[in-house]
Design a protein around this ligand. Structure first.
Ligand code: HEC
Length: 163
């Protein structure tokens, strides 16, 4: 083999080596999606990250599958349907609306739908779609992102609470 060819070969090998090293550095970066359910950005302050425990993370998954279309201003598919609805559904982080409501009342609204609770029938019933633990998970997710923040009651409320 000619000397020139050999040096060309060495140069090629070195480039390949350098590229493979570079690829390793890229591969070492954490996959942004692998942690997508561990945190939620504060809806009022995107700089702030709210850490989510396992149940809250399950709730985030439920929320972004079923509820985001009406209870947020933007959805993974683009603009949300929220502004088209009357009454306008409360934003999921609307603490002023949700904090005074007991878990029981919220659970019944989600499971049975708005009309069963004297609210608008535009809020669908989810009892045949979601399992009870998924309903509970989406409630704790909404509690976690609430603004102003949610303080759980000191003692459990009555099971058939009017609020
Ligand atoms: C098709 C649109 C739509 C979807 C999807 C939807 N909602 Fe609603 N939701 C509404 C509307 C409209 C209201 C307001 C009802 C009212 O105030 O009369 C509402 C109200 C509520 C309330 C009661 C608020 C209150 O003041 O009592 C809760 C809780 C709630 N939604 C949770 C959820 C959850 C959790 C999901 C997903 C599993 C969901 N919603 C999906 C439209 C929707």
């Amino acid at each position: 083999m000619k000397r020139r060819h050999l040096s060309l070969l060495v140069a090629l090998a070195l480039t390949a080596l350098a590229t493979s090293c570079q690829q390793k550095t890229i591969a070492a970066k954490p996959d942004p999606l692998s942690r997508a359910y561990d945190v939620e950005s504060d809806w009022n302050d995107p700089q702030k990250q709210i850490p989510l425990n396992y149940q809250q993370a399950q709730g985030k998954r439920v929320f972004y599958t079923y509820c985001v279309w009406c209870h947020a201003d933007s959805s993974p598919a683009g603009p949300s349907n929220r502004s088209n609805l009357t009454p306008t559904p409360p934003l999921a982080n609307d603490g002023a609306t949700f904090n005074p409501l007991s878990d029981e009342f919220v659970r019944n609204t989600i499971t049975l739908g708005g009309s069963a609770m004297g609210k608008s029938a535009m809020m669908p019933p989810w009892g045949r779609t979601l399992k009870p633990d998924e309903v509970q998970a989406v409630i704790v997710f909404m509690r976690a992102i609430a603004q102003p923040s949610y303080q759980p009651p000191a003692r459990p409320g009555p099971q058939y609470s009017v609020k």
